[in-house]
Design a protein around this ligand. Structure first.
Ligand SMILES: [Zn+2]
Length: 317
């Protein structure tokens, strides 16, 4: 199964060079190396230059005055890659905050020429290379973690970043805090020739996807699949099989793609969690992917749900 070809953020074998995180003097030297490049992130949106990431030299004036320290992402053919959060910057003409996942939310910067803009990466993930998607996912996830973990969860004191941005240390109680990843199950549920799709309250019209939900403490992946499907739709699920994963840095999820076989079809919807759910035949799914289904939009390219549905449609599950 070639997941990398169909899922964004599915991993590219990047050399994360974790050994350098404990060598601040070497990271400081790398920051000054001519081949080093920095990916700025503004309020969760990486810088893009058209369809590719907008890498800048470390001495670029846009990067001046950032209050956060840079995060070391790794090495690409020996050249260091860093990310820097510029969320403190207040544009004179702010772009509208995206009100849905489908909004562009593009923000230009006066010191950067077109086509460079800070942009919502979910809109571009299907166009990004596996390497760029991995780097952008790391940068976004770590940036959001630093922004939301400035204080110690144990004692409340202000914490300080260390280890190239992969740790935060509390000088008051000596606690160490690490970037978190939250496991989410996302499941292709099938019964005979049909797959179960649902839509959350307030989703854009026509958008349906595989059911998904957070894994709870003390729970296995398989149990989370069965519980979420039962809670949301009342459908009982028998065998569950893990298929593939996708980092989903919005803000810190790891999507665990599974296949579950339903043992009955009757739907009892939980109106708080889900607005609608339905069984979709392979024939209807082909129409959905072709963009000709009367009610359901084609799933977002690059997202693991689209990959799971496509694999099922091609009889690869
Ligand atoms: Zn503390």
């Amino acid at each position: 199964m070639q997941n990398g070809a169909i899922f964004a953020f599915a991993g590219s074998g990047l050399d994360r060079a974790a050994e350098l995180r404990v060598a601040p003097e070497r990271l400081a030297l790398l920051w000054q190396a001519p081949e080093t490049r920095v990916l700025p992130i503004w309020r969760g949106r990486p810088l893009f230059a058209g369809d590719v990431l907008g890498w800048l030299a470390p001495d670029h004036p846009v990067l001046e005055g950032a209050p956060q320290e840079s995060v070391f992402l790794g090495l690409e053919e020996g050249a260091a890659r860093f990310a820097l959060d510029l969320s403190h910057w207040r544009p004179e003409e702010p772009a509208a905050t995206p009100i849905s996942l489908f909004d562009a939310g593009e923000q230009p910067h006066p010191l950067l020429d077109a086509p460079m803009v800070f942009a919502e990466m979910r809109n571009r993930m299907a166009m990004m290379s596996a390497r760029e998607a991995e780097l952008a996912a790391m940068a976004r996830a770590l940036g959001e973690w630093h922004r939301s973990h400035g204080h110690c969860a144990r004692c409340g004191a202000a914490t300080l970043p260390s280890h190239g941005g992969w740790k935060r240390h509390c000088p008051a109680c000596n606690a160490e805090h690490f970037p978190r990843t939250d496991p989410v199950v996302i499941m292709l549920i099938t019964e005979g020739n049909s797959a179960l799709l649902g839509r959350g309250p307030g989703w854009p019209e026509g958008v349906y996807s595989c059911l998904a939900g957070f894994v709870e403490p003390g729970e296995t992946i398989e149990a989370a699949v069965r519980r979420e499907v039962a809670e949301e739709t009342g459908v009982p699920v028998g065998p569950v099989r893990y298929l593939a994963s996708q980092p989903w840095p919005f803000p810190a999820s790891l999507m665990l793609g599974c296949h579950g076989k339903a043992t009955a079809r009757a739907l009892t919807l939980d109106p708080v969690e889900i607005e609608d759910a339905c069984w979709v035949t392979r024939e209807d799914m082909a129409d959905i992917f072709a963009g000709v289904h009367p009610h359901i939009r084609a799933p977002r390219q690059g997202a693991i749900a689209a990959g799971l549905l496509r694999m099922w449609l091609a009889d690869h599950i």
